[in-house]
Design a protein around this ligand. Structure first.
Ligand SMILES: *Cc1c(COP(=O)(O)O)cnc(C)c1O
Length: 448
């Protein structure tokens, strides 16, 4: 086997996160208070988020933000993560392309989400917060926050989208094992949940709905704050440890990526792998392409519109400048639960508007086909979310073969799929299908 894992010594865990906003010519627009129509300030978020996180959210000036020693110390549990050359996949595709992946599935919770959960809990602890709420779709953010809560000694309550609560009972068990309380959403424990259940008793929930419930509980409980695992600028900031490590590891491999790919839910892992490489494009040194791979059934970047929209279904959040399918968009029950979100973070949305990044929408069957090929050639069972990045990498590797060019492709393996085997069962049994969403459906949600 030619396969070699490229590891960095412990001291190579980045000391700073990279704040791409400081380097952007066109800054992302600020979130707006829906009541006053005024742009938000950090203080406006203090009731909801730890103060340092609120400041990071609006930081447009500091290119590098120091990672607290306590957080770096916990990163050492699983970082630096390996960068792997996918020789097996290359061979199966008979492509001249070199394919690398950054393996974030090695974190104890099985995904990149812990990179932001650890600092978020840490900054809350500094503020004297004792309880945190959040929502989780596929369960990955909830598991990451549950473990991070245990690491720093905070109580965690997780609203889990009901369809995932039922489809993924083991993610619930993981969260409970790490000591968190898990509530299926919509629930009767909040006003927004009760309203949704009265209107649609069989509603299977959505990430937007669960966000509404988690915010409501945090606002009503003293010393209780809220956390978000994607979409917001401070989350993308924390995830840049992925790309910063990858940059050094690619150097050790004596290669530089022509194409960088991440799957896309709200944008955090895509941002994490991309932004450190993007800075060399923005300053004119490199011509790397960046591809966000989203599900065809939830195509906010490829078919949504850019506007100010709510981040949740009930409309509790500020208005966010984003590519969106409308905050009431109800995506099909695809297995990539972490990608079933109606909007894209404001940094990534601005970058897309400025043509600094590209997006592709991939049908469910193609993603599982890619996931199985990856599993059979590289040995790792990828998360259904991550299979979108793999499918996009495979498309590019095939293109390189047709064109006869040696492209260097780097994608982020955002997580493993060991807790998603029921999805693989259904795929292998031929029971999965593609979901197309029509223009008129998208139009309907954008207007409601
Ligand atoms: C949450 C999640 C995603 C999608 O979220 P982003 O913020 O877009 O990264 C993708 N992959 C995995 C494994 C996840 O847990």
């Amino acid at each position: 086997m030619k396969t070699k894992k490229i590891l960095l010594p412990e001291t190579e865990i980045p000391t700073h996160w990279y704040n791409v906003v400081a380097d952007m010519k066109n800054k992302p627009q600020r979130m707006i208070n829906p009541g006053t129509k005024e742009p938000l300030k950090p203080e406006d978020l203090y009731p909801l988020f730890a103060e340092e996180l609120a400041r990071q959210e609006f930081n447009e000036t500091d290119t590098w933000i120091e990672i607290p020693e306590e957080v770096r110390d916990k990163y050492k549990i699983y970082r630096p993560s390996p960068l792997v050359r996918a020789y097996g996949l290359e061979k199966a595709l008979d492509t001249p392309a070199h394919i690398y992946f950054k393996n974030e599935s090695v974190s104890p919770v099985g995904s990149h989400k812990l990179n932001s959960a650890l600092p978020q809990v840490y900054y809350n602890k500094l503020d004297g917060t004792t309880n945190l709420t959040t929502e989780t779709g596929a369960g990955q953010w909830g598991t990451a926050l549950s473990f991070a809560g245990k690491v720093f000694g905070l109580e965690i309550a997780v609203y889990m989208v009901k369809v995932s609560y039922e489809q993924k009972p083991y993610r619930r068990s993981l969260m409970q094992t790490w000591g968190a309380q898990v509530i299926p959403s919509p629930s009767m424990s909040t006003k927004s949940g009760r309203k949704a259940l009265t209107e649609r008793p069989n509603y299977q929930g959505s990430l937007g709905m669960a966000i509404s419930e988690a915010i409501e509980l945090a606002m009503q409980t003293p010393k209780c704050k809220y956390t978000l695992g994607s979409v917001l600028n401070h989350v993308s900031l924390h995830q840049t440890v992925i790309g910063l490590e990858a940059e050094k590891q690619m150097e050790m491999a004596e290669e530089y990526p022509d194409i960088v790919i991440g799957c896309f839910g709200g944008g955090s892992n895509f941002s994490g792998i991309s932004f450190p490489f993007l800075r060399h494009v923005m300053n004119g040194d490199k011509k790397t392409r960046f591809i966000a791979a989203e599900p065809a059934s939830c195509p906010k970047l490829t078919r949504g519109i850019f506007k100010f929209d709510f981040g949740d279904e009930a409309g509790y959040t500020p208005l966010i400048p984003m590519y969106t399918l409308g905050h009431n968009f109800a995506p099909a029950n695809i297995h990539a639960g972490g990608l079933r979100y109606h909007g894209a973070g404001s940094i990534v949305s601005q970058l897309k508007k400025d043509n600094l990044i590209e997006a592709v929408a991939i049908p469910q069957l193609e993603t599982f086909e890619a996931g199985v090929l990856f599993a059979q050639t590289e040995g790792i069972i990828p998360a259904p979310e991550s299979t979108h990045a793999i499918a996009s990498a495979i498309r590019e590797a095939k293109k390189a073969k047709e064109e006869g060019t040696k492209k260097v492709i780097l994608f982020n393996l955002s997580g493993h799929g060991l807790v998603d085997m029921s999805a693989y069962d259904q795929y292998l049994a031929g029971d999965l299908k593609n979901y197309e969403v029509s223009d008129s459906e998208i139009e309907k949600f954008l207007q409601s």
